[in-house]
Design a protein around this ligand. Structure first.
Ligand SMILES: *Cc1c(COP(=O)(O)O)cnc(C)c1O
Length: 426
């Protein structure tokens, strides 16, 4: 149950915005609750409309990796704002940003900045189709790549289902070129390439799935995607909107030592501002307008305030930061596993670095087919139990929780105690 101030705001919000929110998962429908309206945030904490403090493991769905309102980032934003909010003209900041990304991600020889992850993936697909002259794109069931038409498809049953839109308003003629396969299902991917390899423009994948809960790739999965694409003249696209700057400075591709043709970054890379990018091979990115025939543009793309936040954030994310994030993630995961054992609860904690999910499922789970049988009712009760104890976890079984650099061991211990209590309450 949310506080009275949030309930008042929700009533007003619902009259003017669908579900009272500007992005659906914020409405807490998956846990049958009501959202906490946030007044402000600092470090590991968010503060509700009534002033109540919560330990935050949503972290704005990833971006707040330094913790909220990190002083260096806020300062950079303030300085940039004074110099003008937007020019619609190129800046030195963008040059420095593109160079820095190129250093961190050697696969990103050229990039284009955009304002959201959705724009990044949508544009990467267009470039892949323009470059290859092919139409078919392959995605994996349970993978979320933003809300553009071609990517709003999940698999039905069967190894490769073409063209079932997930959303009303998406014509089947648009998604009939989108093939979906089970995440981590290498045999199905090989079979699809064997049958239709010459039609495939691109395979897009979250290198660690984060939008069905945290699901790492099985050994060889990412390598095989890249190799199969190469062998068949298709392009591999790593959607690192979550994993980029999360698992390592150079994202999942650095962590796993795999080099895709194209990469999408968002969330963390914008330092909390609306900034994302797509980029990769020089020959592929040379197809983008004005160099090539693939059109893509944006009024606020590469916005100076957003790029300033990005540069300040990347500055803070050194090697030590990732070692610390991994330690914190491990400590929380182990604590949650202990809480499961102590309370004899069926569940599994899946983690990589600072991203993790507690699945109410015997697990381990490697694909959406296994994940979808998780006990979502139990998760909803768990979520409520945590919220009552001032711990703010993602409001869905199928989301990933994040730890930030601002979280302390003491806070994790409190969180683990809260989880044990919430689990024993049933
Ligand atoms: C969040 C997300 C997106 C979409 O990014 P937006 O900025 O919300 O448009 C795309 N891909 C992945 C993997 C994401 O997690």
């Amino acid at each position: 149950m949310a506080d009275a101030a949030s309930m008042d705001l929700l009533a007003r919000a619902e009259r003017r915005m669908p579900g009272g929110v500007n992005s659906p998962v914020r409405a807490f429908r998956a846990v049958g609750g009501n959202p906490v309206f946030v007044d402000r945030a600092k470090g590991s904490r968010i503060y509700g409309a009534d002033g109540r403090e919560y330990l935050d493991y949503v972290c704005s769905w990833g971006p707040a990796i330094l913790g909220h309102a990190a002083p260096k980032v806020v300062e950079a934003v303030q300085r940039a704002a004074e110099r003008g909010l937007t020019y619609g003209a190129p800046t030195e900041l963008e040059v420095r940003f593109a160079e820095r990304i190129g250093e961190l991600y050697p696969s990103i020889e050229m990039l284009r900045a955009v304002s959201s992850g959705t724009e990044a993936t949508m544009s990467a697909l267009r470039v892949a189709r323009g470059f290859t002259g092919r139409s078919v794109i392959v995605k994996f069931d349970g993978g979320y790549h933003g809300h553009s038409d071609a990517l709003l498809v999940k698999a039905g049953s069967g190894p490769a289902t073409f063209g079932n839109p997930d959303s009303a308003g998406v014509p089947s003629s648009i998604v009939e070129h989108t093939a979906t396969l089970g995440y981590n299902d290498l045999p199905a991917l090989k079979e699809l390439f064997r049958r239709r390899g010459s039609e495939i423009a691109a395979v897009i994948v979250e290198p660690v799935a984060g939008n069905m809960g945290c699901v790492p790739p099985v050994p060889g999965f990412l390598e095989s995607i890249v190799e199969l694409c190469r062998a068949h003249g298709a392009l591999s696209i790593f959607d690192e909107v979550i994993t980029g700057c999360r698992l390592a400075p150079g994202g999942a591709q650095e962590h796993f030592g795999v080099r895709p043709d194209l990469t999408c970054l968002g969330k963390i890379v914008g330092g909390g501002m609306p900034l994302a990018l797509y980029g990769g091979r020089r020959d592929v990115m040379s197809q983008v307008s004005p160099l090539g025939p693939v059109y893509q543009a944006g009024t606020l793309s590469g916005n100076p305030v957003a790029v300033s936040a990005a540069l300040a954030t990347l500055e803070e994310l050194d090697r030590d930061a990732y070692a610390k994030l991994d330690r914190l993630g491990q400590s929380l995961a182990e604590g949650l596993e202990r809480a499961l054992r102590d309370t004899k609860t069926t569940g599994v904690v899946q983690r990589i670095g600072s991203m993790l999910t507690l699945f109410f499922n015997p697990g381990p789970v490697q694909s959406w087919n296994q994940i979808k049988s998780s006990d979502t009712q139990r998760f909803a009760r768990f979520h409520r139990g945590l919220l009552e104890r001032s711990v703010y976890f993602p409001p869905s079984q199928f989301e990933t929780a994040f730890v930030s650099l601002a979280h302390t061991q003491d806070e994790l211990d409190r969180t683990i105690d809260a989880a044990r209590e919430a689990l024993s309450a049933g």
